[in-house]
Ligand binder design. Structure first.
Ligand code: ASP
Length: 339
């Protein structure tokens, strides 16, 4: 019988309203199990690892990502797949980070959670949990059908490093507009076979070192030198710059000079768009050609979540700034499309 490891980190799925304060607070995994007797009927064995401190995912951090990568590595040979119960608020960040940290992944790592607690009558948690387990356990010719880090939510399976939380009140919490849905659940569970990545025939490498010295520069019309300098001049090694449209910025000379100085001082700056659909095209407009010339990296169609965590991952693996810049532009785990 196959075996799935459920890792419980927290999130609404396992929360209950505190009778006194009336706020949602995490509960332990046994209380979750009590709400899902269906777990007993599955055709696989379930093993559970519950984090000591159950958290709202707003308190997620790179140290816990490393712990998660370590747990997956330690159990990798013993189980057929992993389901990670996680709050939806930062799920796309954790899924993106794990996709980079787990090189040569050949088993499913499926994140899920819910918008309503599992004990609520209209909860979305049960379907999300049961189908996430089914996907983690799905095989064809003895091989995992989805050997990727994914998010399963509201009947859809998304590539983790392509998704973002899109809606805080509908059950349809996630979207991945720059990447096809990898599976859809209805009467049948349908996999988009051609869109699912196949693993390299090599052993898993779990990279646990992340460097979180990453700044974020989000542009808006009217942004001034004081604000830009406070971000570019901060003691960080990488900057994710969220630009307009197809990767455009102001061409004011003070702004370009500041970017150039930051790059010359050894910082990596990657350009991603504030648009949720489409890609950065450095050099298409006059307002982005100069960025290419001074050495800004092209982030193509990466999500913000993927760009930040990829930068943390690369800064933790590679010392040479030019190599970090080069790899930011390379498709490592299906996170971007080079156009
Ligand atoms: N605040 C919760 C969390 O991210 C929301 C959720 O689980 O959906 O932990």
């Amino acid at each position: 019988m196959s075996q799935i490891l459920i890792i419980y980190t927290g999130g609404t799925i396992g929360m209950m309203t505190d009778p006194v304060t009336k706020v949602l607070k995490p509960i332990n995994f046994e209380q979750i199990m009590d709400n899902v007797p269906e777990l007993e009927k599955l055709n696989c064995k379930i093993k559970v690892h519950s984090f000591e401190e159950i958290i709202d995912s707003s308190n997620m951090n790179p140290q816990i990502w490393s712990e998660l990568a370590g747990l997956i590595e330690a159990n990798y040979d013993d189980v057929d797949g992993f389901v990670i119960l996680h709050g939806s608020d930062t799920m796309a960040y954790t899924a993106s980070a794990l996709s980079f940290m787990l090189e040569n992944l050949a088993k499913p790592v499926i994140f899920t959670g819910s918008q309503l607690p599992i004990s609520a009558i209209r909860t979305d948690a049960k379907e999300n949990l049961m189908t996430a387990i089914e996907i983690a356990n799905a095989k064809k010719n003895d091989r995992a059908r989805v050997p990727e880090v994914c998010i399963y939510f509201d009947y859809k399976l998304f590539r983790g490093n392509r998704s973002f939380k899109y809606n805080s009140s509908k059950f349809e919490a996630f979207r991945s507009p720059n990447c096809p849905i990898l599976a859809e659940s209805g009467v049948h569970l349908r996999f988009s076979v051609n869109d699912i990545r196949q693993p390299a025939d090599a052993p898993l490498i779990s990279h646990k070192n992340l460097v979180n010295d990453v700044g974020v520069l989000k542009l808006y019309p009217g942004i001034g030198p004081k604000v830009v300098e406070s971000i570019l001049g901060a003691d960080v090694r990488g900057i994710v710059m969220e630009t307009f449209g197809a990767g455009n910025t102001t061409t004011d000379s003070w702004f370009i000079d500041m970017l150039k100085n930051a790059i010359d001082s050894g910082k990596v700056i990657v350009d991603i768009s504030q648009c949720k659909v489409g890609t950065v095209e450095l050099g298409r407009y006059e307002t982005s050609k100069i960025l290419k010339d001074i050495g800004v990296a092209n982030g193509y169609d990466m999500t913000f979540e993927a760009a930040v965590t990829k930068m943390m991952y690369l800064l933790g693996q590679v010392d040479d700034v030019k190599e970090v810049k080069r790899l930011m532009e390379v498709d490592l785990r299906g996170e971007l499309t080079v156009s």
